[in-house]
Write a protein that binds this ligand. Structure first.
Ligand code: CA
Length: 418
């Protein structure tokens, strides 16, 4: 796919994630003001309600006040044609020779440095997939040995479970180390206390924009019409709580205490140019999981750890394109039984690990269950995370000098509330 070259009158610094090719949506507030919808460009935010009130979005069939709500759900419920039409209008307004918005720039723009970002959507339901073959294999080797690493269903089903939506938080919001039941080594009875094995999961999540009806299935060729965009996703995990509780019904309190997202939703329209072929799927999948064309995304992902009073250090480099199951297959699978979806629902990819040890997406894998601790520049080691560690995930796409990115999801771990 080719891309039309665009130039804008807005000052976008070299290397910015928020170029004119991106235009991600978020919810922000300034000082004690109300929450409203904005678009990131360069180091600024475009106030969409200002554009609407001043007639710059006329003809797009948007209801009054739609960008002054606390979340984007009402806007994204309008459907793909509306998202795409708004994107085209913004491209016109931001184009180098267009003076319309430029004349209003002092009122229509806010510096990102002055804004506080909030949850962009109200998440009704959250699904967590398990779609990285490398991650599933690594965890399988650690838990069951090399010969039974991948379960027999794994290459036939985009494995997933229903997670907890209420504890999804936005970048910048810290959380307390969770407590729960843990079975100490060689013990027969569990104890209660703070997790000792607090871990990250490097993931991305897609957000559905359009709703489906109960009983309706969404085939892979229609899936992209239902997906609004993607965010970075850190699916925090307490491995000791998880290990004791997960049989027979799967993850529960070891996962549900927090999942962190980046505040800017990058649309599938913006990501279209960065599509690539995914891993070859063998054995052949069932007909409802077959797809045509490129459905994977070349999104570079990086994880950084910052100790208290220390410097940020990179601990992993991965890529969304490593995922065995793509987002169209995930949504087709989610709905194949007739399960309906809603605008604002979130779907985590599962931990995204690559083949190389420095591309693993969890500390469980990076330290191989704590056997190979990570050595940090301040001389300390990490098997799992300590209180006041901060984890930052960043992601961006780059091709032929065109760059778009997700910004970051940054979260500090606070001590357990005892
Ligand atoms: Ca997960």
């Amino acid at each position: 796919m080719s891309i039309e070259k665009l130039n804008t009158w807005v000052d976008v610094p070299e290397g910015s994630d928020f170029t004119i090719y991106n235009l991600p949506f978020g919810i922000y507030s300034v000082a004690k003001g109300e929450r409203r919808a904005g678009i990131a460009i360069g180091e600024q935010i475009i106030d969409l309600s200002y554009l609407q009130e001043n007639g710059m979005l006329d003809g797009l069939d948007l209801s009054d006040g739609i960008f002054q709500r606390e979340v984007l759900n009402d806007f994204i419920s309008c459907g793909k044609q509306t998202w795409t039409n708004l994107r085209m209008r913004l491209h016109e307004l931001l184009e180098e020779s267009n003076e319309t918005l430029k004349d209003h720039a002092d009122k229509a723009f806010v510096d990102q440095a002055d804004a506080k970002m909030h949850m962009p959507v109200q998440v009704g339901d959250y699904t967590d997939f398990y779609s990285s073959e490398e991650h599933a294999t690594n965890v399988g080797i650690m838990f069951r040995g090399k010969d039974n690493a991948l379960m027999p269903n794994w290459k036939h089903i985009p494995v997933g479970y229903h997670g907890r939506a209420s504890s999804i938080i936005v970048s910048g919001e810290p959380f307390h180390r969770p407590q729960g039941q843990i079975l100490p080594k060689d013990a027969e009875k569990p104890v209660f206390g703070p997790t000792k094995l607090l871990d990250i999961e490097l993931e991305m999540a897609f957000i559905t924009g359009a709703a489906s009806k109960l009983g309706q299935t969404i085939p892979t060729e229609q899936a992209e019409d239902f997906i609004f965009g993607m965010v970075l996703f850190n699916d925090w995990s307490a491995r000791d709580i998880q290990k004791w509780e997960y049989v027979p019904l799967g993850p529960f309190l070891g996962k549900s205490f927090a999942s962190s997202i980046s505040p800017w939703i990058v649309t599938l329209d913006a990501l279209e140019y960065f599509k690539v072929d995914g891993p070859k799927q063998n054995p052949e999948v069932l007909p409802y999981l077959k797809f045509e064309g490129k459905k994977s995304y070349d999104i570079n992902l990086e994880v950084f750890l910052k100790p208290q009073n220390g410097e940020e250090e990179k601990i992993s480099t991965s890529n969304h394109k490593f995922l065995y199951w793509n987002i169209a297959q995930q949504l087709a699978h989610q709905t194949v039984n007739g399960c309906n979806i809603n605008a604002g629902d979130m779907y985590g990819s599962g931990t995204i690990s690559g083949k190389e040890p420095d591309s693993y997406g969890s500390l469980l894998e990076l330290t191989w269950a704590g056997n190979n601790p990570i050595k940090l520049k301040d001389g300390s080691e990490r098997k799992f995370l300590l209180d006041h560690d901060t984890i930052v995930i960043r992601g961006h796409c780059e091709k032929d000098e065109i760059r778009i990115g997700f910004g970051e999801v940054k979260t500090e771990i606070l001590p357990a509330k005892i």
